[in-house]
Structure formats: structure tokens, C-alpha cells
Design a protein around this ligand. Structure first.
Ligand SMILES: Cc1cc2nc3c(=O)[nH]c(=O)nc-3n(C[C@H](O)[C@H](O)[C@H](O)COP(=O)(O)OP(=O)(O)OC[C@H]3O[C@@H](n4cnc5c(N)ncnc54)[C@H](O)[C@@H]3O)c2cc1C
Length: 431
């Protein structure tokens, strides 16, 4: 198999990167699962946008404060400055955002934002965006989409990436040669016992990067979301109760039905407060009260959450729901520059798998879809202009190493990645 650009991952970052490549370049986008099963489809709260020039300092400061001032300031600036353009682009792709009666955008708010600056579509913003990107990618003659096709390793020599070793849908292993390879494999939630992420997101690109000594950054910066629906005795993906519910007035209560915290604290601080309260109360969850939100608002803004709670036996207009913190987002990842280049020639990383420092120690709510799109587009532009390929004359790779069990090797790299991220030797991390 040979392509100009091989993109590993079909979430919003992989798709947006593919869509910004010139149509003269052949791209293959692969996914370990089916095309609709990526975290990008799950994003509920929304996507940030710089509202106007007067909002710049405040948005910048909110992002830095949430990130404990460990953010890369230039990355933050690039992301915020590009936000209006990205939203215009999405709207031109047919993406719908909630609007007021006069047709202007409606904005909501989440924790640690000092102003309403989040665009949303009901509580399925991620699906609205990613489905439209997928529909566009399906129509592009230069983009090939391959489901149930898994990255097992990258193919590299002398710190130059020349493609990847893939397990195809029929179970065969192939060497896919590519001038440029883009890692867009999303988060690491599948390594955790409790996570809001899809279970198949197991940080494979991080594991492969570790093995090939590709630079990582902030490898242990993992975000725990304060409020996932509590369900006992299940290994299923935890259902997220979006922060924008709290932004619209939902309250958190201890076992006695008393408020114990400011619900709009940054995620890491709120998580700490909830865990401390659970320890104090000897409980496995705290209560979240959505009755503070008018029913019309609940139905219009959060239909998916209302329906999920109903399916679990809770009528949110009449009773509180049990919530617990769960692993949610990976701020660390494969170190990238402002064009999403990694430390290996010919290799890029975008989306949650990459770390350009934009989020610092803790991500501000609704910054990740935006960051994924902004830096995926920059990767595509860099690739289109020649990218970080070394001088001609590199030795081409041989065929697949028949003696290598790539599947088993990936398991081994994963164990090393767990150790690096969680500081544990074996087993899954636990949130
Ligand atoms: C429940 C939930 C709610 C969220 N809400 C918001 C929100 O409101 N706003 C916001 O900004 N962010 C939100 N986020 C975060 C945001 O959705 C993600 O950070 C973002 O979508 C990541 O996009 P991505 O393209 O990097 O990865 P993903 O969308 O996760 O896609 C990863 C892709 O990589 C593929 N893959 C993984 N490993 C391999 C492999 N070995 N071989 C081949 N393919 C592989 C997967 O199959 C998938 O196609 C939320 C996340 C979750 C889980």
C-alpha cells in the first residue's frame, strides 16, 4: 500500500487534516473502529470562539489560568486567533450552531470561563461537527477511508518516518508506505477503569512514539472530568454530564443534599473537591441537581443528557442524579511544534494525541475541539508546502519483518506507556 499522506485516526483532527490537503495529494485515513466511533462524536458542551477583540485578553487569561500558567503562550495565541476562521469554515461546511431569534450565534458557558463564548448545537456539538466533516471526506476523490484498520507500529529508519505497519480489516498486516504520516489517535481513556472516552482509545500512538524515542511532552498530565454519571459494576464507557449543565445552573450536593462547592471551579479543582467530599461522606458519588434549570432549557439544550438519565431510571426534572469524576482528557502527548511536526521527520501529530502545550496542566472546557481543528489544518498546510521531509536519498524501508509479532509488540509498548503516564508498572490506570 502506498499513499502520499497516511492519517491514523478519523476523529475531527484526522478528518480536518485530510480535508485541508490539496486534492492533488492522495490521503488514506484509517480508524481502528468504525468511522462514527471516535471521541469527537461524543463532545457535548461545544466549541470556543473568540467573540470579539474585547474578549481576547479574557479568553487568553481563562485558558492560562485553567492551565496553571504552564501553557505555551504562542500556541494559545494561535488557537484563539484562528477560532473565528475555523467556525466560519465549519459553518460553510454546513455545521449548525444554536442561534438567537435575530440569527446571531447563541453562546453558552462552562467552568472557568469568565464569559459566555462557547458555541453549541443542542448537547451533540461534536457529532454535528464531525459528521459533517465525515460527509465531506466521503465525497473527496483524493481521500480513502479505511475502517477497522489498526496502527501497529510506524515504519521508520534514521529518524525518518516512511509510513506504518497496519493490521487490515481482514486480519492481514501490511506496510503502508507514505511520504507523510499523521498520528491522530485521540486520547488514552481506554487505559483507565473509568473514562468518558471510547474503550478502544488506548494511546497507541503514544506507545509507538515512546518505543521510537519520539519526544513526548507533559506525559503525566491527565484530566479527570468532575461529573460522569455514576453506574456501579460496569466496564462501559462512563457517560459524561457536561459542564455546560453546571454553566446553566446545575448544583452539586453531598449525601445530605447540601451544596459543598462552587460548581464552576476549573475541572481539576472541582474534581479534588468532589473526591474530598466523597471521602468525607464515605460515598461512591455525589448528587447533581438539574432541577435548577428550566424544563424548556433542559429539553432544548440537553436532550441527550435528559434521555440518557431517563434510560437509567432518573427523571432530571424531579430528582438528582449520581455523578462521579472519571478520566476524560489527555493534555500531554507527542510533542509538536506550531505546525504539528513531531521530533521525527515525515511524522506529524494532531488532536488529543499531540501536545503543543496549548492546554498547559489542565484544559479549559471546550478548547479541545478548537485546538484539534486549528492545529490539524496547520499540519495539512505544512505538508502541502513540503513539510519536514529530510533531503532526498533516504534508504527506502525493506518489506515487513516476517519474524516480528507486531500485535504483541504493541501490547508491550502500551505497558511502557501506562508506566510513563501513570507511574505504574502493570495494569490499567484507575481514575
Ligand atoms: C464525552 C466527551 C465529551 C467531550 N466534550 C467536549 C466538548 O464539549 N468540547 C470540546 O472541545 N471537547 C470535548 N471533548 C474532547 C474532544 O471530544 C476530544 O479531545 C477530541 O474530539 C479529540 O479528537 P481527535 O481527533 O484527537 O480524537 P478522536 O475523535 O478520539 O479520534 C481518534 C481516532 O483514532 C483512532 N485510533 C485510535 N487508535 C488507533 C490505532 N491504533 N489505529 C487506528 N486508529 C486508531 C480511533 O478509532 C478514532 O478514529 C469531549 C470528550 C469526551 C470523551
Amino acid at each position: 500500500m502506498k499513499t502520499d499522506v497516511l492519517i491514523i485516526g478519523s476523529g475531527c483532527s484526522g478528518l480536518y487534516c485530510a480535508l485541508h490537503l490539496p486534492e492533488t495529494m492522495q490521503a488514506a485515513v484509517i480508524t481502528k473502529s468504525d468511522l462514527e466511533s471516535s471521541d469527537s462524536f461524543l463532545a457535548q458542551g461545544g466549541i470556543c470562539m473568540l467573540r470579539d477583540e474585547a474578549d481576547y485578553q479574557s479568553y487568553f487569561e481563562d485558558t492560562l489560568r485553567a492551565g496553571h500558567y504552564e501553557n505555551d503562550r504562542k500556541s494559545v495565541e494561535i488557537m484563539i486567533r484562528a477560532s473565528r476562521q475555523v467556525i466560519e469554515d465549519l459553518v460553510s461546511c454546513g455545521v449548525r450552531f444554536q442561534r438567537g431569534e435575530d440569527g446571531s450565534f447563541a453562546f453558552t458557558r462552562e467552568g472557568a470561563h469568565s464569559r459566555n463564548r462557547i458555541l453549541y448545537y443542542k448537547d451533540i456539538t461534536g457529532k454535528e461537527i464531525t459528521q459533517k466533516l465525515l460527509d465531506m471526506a466521503r465525497k473527496r476523490p483524493n481521500i480513502r477511508l479505511l475502517e477497522h484498520t489498526q496502527l501497529l507500529d510506524i515504519a521508520c529508519r534514521d529518524n525518518v518516518c516512511q509510513g506504518a505497519v497496519l493490521r487490515m480489516a481482514d486480519g492481514s498486516s501490511v506496510l503502508a508506505r507514505a511520504d507523510f504520516t499523521v498520528l491522530a489517535t485521540g486520547g488514552i481513556g481506554g487505559l483507565y477503569a473509568h473514562s468518558t472516552n471510547y474503550r478502544h482509545l488506548t494511546g497507541d500512538a503514544i506507545a509507538v512514539a515512546l518505543k521510537h524515542r519520539i519526544a513526548l511532552k507533559n506525559a503525566d498530565y491527565v484530566q479527570i472530568h468532575p461529573t460522569a454519571f455514576y453506574e456501579s459494576g460496569t466496564q462501559r464507557r462512563s457517560f459524561l454530564i457536561s459542564e455546560s449543565v453546571r454553566g446553566e445552573g446545575a448544583r452539586l450536593y453531598d449525601k445530605n443534599g447540601m451544596r459543598f462547592v462552587d460548581e464552576l471551579l476549573p475541572r481539576d479543582q472541582l474534581t479534588q473537591a468532589i473526591l474530598a467530599q466523597m471521602r468525607k461522606d464515605g460515598t461512591l458519588f455525589v448528587w447533581e441537581d438539574l432541577r435548577t434549570i428550566p424544563k424548556e432549557e433542559l429539553d432544548a439544550h440537553f436532550p441527550n443528557i435528559v434521555a440518557y438519565c431517563a434510560s437509567m431510571g432518573y427523571d432530571v426534572t424531579r430528582e438528582c442524579i449520581p455523578v462521579v469524576p472519571a478520566q476524560h482528557y489527555y493534555m500531554g502527548g507527542i510533542q509538536t511544534d506550531y505546525s504539528s511536526r513531531t521530533s521525527m521527520a515525515g511524522l506529524y501529530a494532531v488532536g488529543e494525541t499531540a501536545c503543543n502545550g496549548v492546554h498547559g496542566r489542565n484544559r479549559l472546557a471546550s478548547n479541545s475541539l478548537l485546538e484539534s481543528l486549528v492545529f490539524a489544518k496547520r499540519a495539512a498546510e505544512d505538508i502541502a508546502s513540503g513539510g519536514n521531509l529530510p533531503q532526498p536519498g533516504i534508504v527506502p524501508l525493506a518489506e515487513l519483518d516476517a519474524g516480528c509479532d507486531y500485535e504483541a509488540a504493541l501490547q508491550e509498548y502500551r505497558a511502557a506507556a501506562v508506566q510513563k503516564i501513570c507511574g505504574k508498572e502493570h495494569g490499567a490506570c484507575s481514575a
